[in-house]
Design a protein around this ligand. Sequence first.
Ligand SMILES: NS(=O)(=O)c1ccc(C(=O)NCC(F)(F)F)cc1
Ligand SMILES: [Zn+2]
Length: 264
Amino acid sequence: FKMQEAAEHNMKMHPMWQGPLTVPGGDHQSPIDIVVRKSVFDSELKPLVIDYDPKTCQQIWNNGYSFLVEYDDTTDKSTLKGGPLQDTYRLCQFHFHWGESNAWGSEHTVDRRLFPAELHLVHWNSDKYSLFEEAVMEENGLAVIGVFLKVGKRHEGLQKLVDALPAIRHKSSVVEFNRFDAACLLPTNTDDYWTYHGSLTTPPLTESVSWIVMKQHIEVSHDQLAVFRSLLFTSAEEEVQKSMVNNFRVQQSLCGRTVRSSFT
Ligand SMILES: NS(=O)(=O)c1ccc(C(=O)NCC(F)(F)F)cc1
Ligand SMILES: [Zn+2]
């Protein structure tokens, strides 16, 4: 029920989230609830091949919806392939979604289970397209890895990122951020995942995403998550400061799609 309150709160407070509930004619929208017993094991799904180069990390900034860590994607230095993917995809950024409380915050759910936050590692198909902006409009343009966060022990690798957040409290603030190895945010087991075809979860909500949602979560501390919540949706000039929380989209209907699993 509380999550429903948060979703309604979202609709009221953040006009951006009042965007189209579903894109006109959009029947491959994200996020979704992953119903484990309805997912179909696919033995053809390969292990993911994730090869990130920390040297391609460039900056961290507050875009007014979340905070993004951006990578230099002008060469195939940080790539994702394998899994359900036919081509090579380049890492361009990662970001998170979280709640105002630990009771909710993730975009995807597993058998309706909510997590306090969700990490999205965003990649685009560099075999077929030459720019992210092109790929974002195409059917198999993007691949996003989703990783659930649970509150528990402190995540040592995340701390470097947490320490940078106070410098980007307001919308549009940017700071240089180098040598961050995004691979440290992946769970130990990346062989077990669910995959389905969906969309961006923020406007323009284009249906260009091969979603790869990890079965295993990562743990971060309560204090680390509290720093996420100290960020602001608003820019330094705005008089009313709004804390950046509940920046998740409500779940969308599956519309007959099948969620495949890489594990039994
Ligand atoms: N939350 S999500 O689905 O991983 C997600 C990933 C990327 C973008 C994004 O790049 N929007 C900017 C664009 F593409 F120009 F519209 C939005 C949402
Ligand atoms: Zn996202």
